[in-house]
Design a protein around this ligand. Structure first.
Ligand code: GLC
Ligand code: CA
Length: 548
């Protein structure tokens, strides 16, 4: 039996392109993992000056904004997601002066700069935590989450850390445990404490005043925990080959109702500055995810939507999840789509190189802001990391389960030189051996490459109000074909994607074929073609057809 989306769906989204020309709605966000983007000083680690030198590439690609993963001073236990100073730059990445220069030069090119903000936890090296751990009476004691041991001396409750083990670390100096949702080196801040909120808001202002265009807020759904610290229940679906965190359902340790006040406060602060964006990192089921738009849309502008990362790669499944997402969005809430990031497997490895091109077309033609992970535009794949090169603490803590994130964090492949144009030193993670062929320089010259496809798709998205602002209407999700319409004013674009390895046919007659014209095919060789009443799709081909 063929899975179908709900019958006779209506178009979703208001097709009013010019009413709302907001950059974070219309443009593409490009995520830079700074350690791996471009190294300017041969230490094998990417840096701010490296990003600056590659701005013209981003301009050429025509993305709208860059989001840079954390660049703050840090012991790098979790590669910058353990912040020791919220208002500085880690020396390996550069200086504040270099940061200011990067922002100025990005802005001069019309590129926005989004920072990663990590408010849920600091590093144990942060002076706040240093002060907090000194004594139970420290003025900063309540800035973190300290609890007495259980009667047997063990941890205060059963909560688990995301990277393995208990989420509680015993601190002998004061005889209490502190809570860490991630590594023991990442103690959680206590967001119920107004002083913490004030300090964090000051840090946000520090960067907004320097001109950053917004924040991607790390694990925003974690900020508030159950006031009574109740045990999490077991997860009946957990299997031993899965991450140990998934033994329990995280119902008390995250996503508490009070978190929405915290998000709303951040949003109010952001709104004091013109034209900024608040993005939240949220891994939750659909209905709980969309709550982060906030009551009256006073929450995050864009609660990151990771559905495409976890969806089975099949036309009916994806049609269904798009439909469910569109239906779940609050009135006026702007959708967004993420295909990959520094915590997930590379899209080209998840679906294979042929379908990676279909994935590109899907990401860039759905309704809502697309976020593109560096290197996906050249089809980078997961890179096998030899055991002695492993960097990710998660892989070190829970080896062999495939949880490690290093494979998707390898250096950007700029050219065929020994350091791939990324470094003249020794890269901090191994380069993919395919960098000699798969690199920006080679693929930019190749009119059929995946990079050319990404660039053409981004350009098409910019040119066509139907794509960056139009409504969405499902058309077909049968077998391996997913088809939908994007419409704005009189313009109608049909997107048809073949998720399979056999040719497919789509009947265009119900949609009007008199003026049908192919604008773009993932194969990059059918532009201008007028399809007959039957639209033919080759294996793993996607097309965008104008039906004006
Ligand atoms: C987020 C980040 C991830 C990090 C974790 C802890 O999920 O994306 O890289 O390890 O938070 O900060
Ligand atoms: Ca460097």
């Amino acid at each position: 039996m063929v899975d179908r989306p709900p019958p006779a769906p209506a178009a979703t989204g208001r097709p009013d392109p010019d009413a709302d020309p907001v950059w974070w709605k219309h443009g593409v966000i490009y995520q830079i993992y700074p350690r791996s983007f471009m190294d300017s000083n041969a230490d094998g680690i990417g840096d701010l000056e490296g990003i600056r030198r590659r701005l013209d590439y981003l301009l050429w690609l025509r993305v709208e904004a860059i989001w840079i993963s954390p660049i703050y001073p840090s012991p790098m236990a979790d590669f910058g997601y353990d912040v020791a100073d919220y208002c500085g730059i880690a020396p390996i990445f550069g200086t504040l002066a270099e940061f200011d220069r990067l922002v100025a030069e990005a802005h001069a090119r019309g590129l926005k700069v989004i920072l990663d903000f990590v408010p849920n936890h600091s590093s144990t090296a942060h002076p706040w935590f240093q002060e907090s751990r000194v004594s139970r009476n420290s003025p900063k004691r309540d800035w973190y989450i300290w609890r007495d041991p259980a009667p047997d001396g063990g941890p205060p409750n059963n909560w688990l850390a995301n990277f393995g083990g208990s989420a509680w670390e015993y601190d002998a100096a004061t005889g209490q445990y502190y809570y860490h949702a991630f590594l023991p080196e990442q103690p959680d801040l206590n967001w119920r404490n107004p002083e913490v909120r004030r300090a964090m808001h000051a840090a946000m202002r520090f960067w907004l005043d320097r001109g950053v265009d917004g924040f991607r807020v790390d694990v925003i759904w974690h900020l508030i925990k159950d006031e009574q610290f109740r045990d999490n229940p077991p997860n009946p679906a957990w299997q031993p080959h899965q991450a140990s965190i998934d033994r329990l359902l995280q119902i008390h340790s995250a996503d508490q109702p009070e978190v929405h006040d915290v998000v709303a406060e951040m949003r109010s602060l952001i709104d004091e500055y013109p034209d900024r964006v608040l993005i939240g990192e949220i891994y939750l089921p659909m209905e709980r995810l969309v709550a982060y738009y906030g009551p009256d849309l006073r929450g995050a502008h864009l609660p990151f939507n990771f559905q495409l990362i976890f969806a089975a790669w099949s036309a009916p499944q994806i049609a269904r999840l798009v439909q469910e997402y569109e239906a779940a969005l609050p009135e006026g809430g702007w959708p967004n789509w993420v295909m990959g990031n520094h915590d997930q497997k590379r899209i080209a490895s998840r679906v294979g190189p042929a379908q990676a091109r279909v994935a590109a077309m899907l990401l860039l033609t759905l309704r809502g802001t697309p976020t593109l992970y560096y290197g996906d535009e050249i089809g980078m794949e997961n890179v096998a990391i030899p055991p002695d090169c492993v960097q990710d603490p998660w892989e070190k803590n829970e080896p062999g389960l495939g949880l490690g994130r290093d494979p998707a964090r390898t250096p950007m492949q700029w050219d065929a030189s020994p350091g791939a144009g990324f470094t003249t030193g020794t890269p901090w993670l191994p380069l993919s051996p395919d960098h000699r062929e798969r690199n920006v320089e080679a693929l930019a010259r190749d009119p059929r490459s995946i990079l050319t496809l990404y660039r053409r798709l981004i350009a098409l998205r910019r040119e066509q109000p139907a794509l960056h602002a139009g409504s969405y209407l499902p058309v077909a999700a049968e077998g391996n074909v997913l088809a939908f319409l994007r419409c704005a004013g009189a313009a109608r674009l049909l997107i048809a994607l073949n998720f399979g390895q056999a040719p497919q046919c789509l009947d265009l007659r119900p949609h009007g074929i008199a003026s049908a014209r192919i604008l773009l095919s993932t194969a990059l060789d059918r532009e201008g073609e007028a399809p007959g009443p039957m639209l033919h799709l080759r294996p793993a081909e996607g097309v965008a057809v104008a039906l004006e």
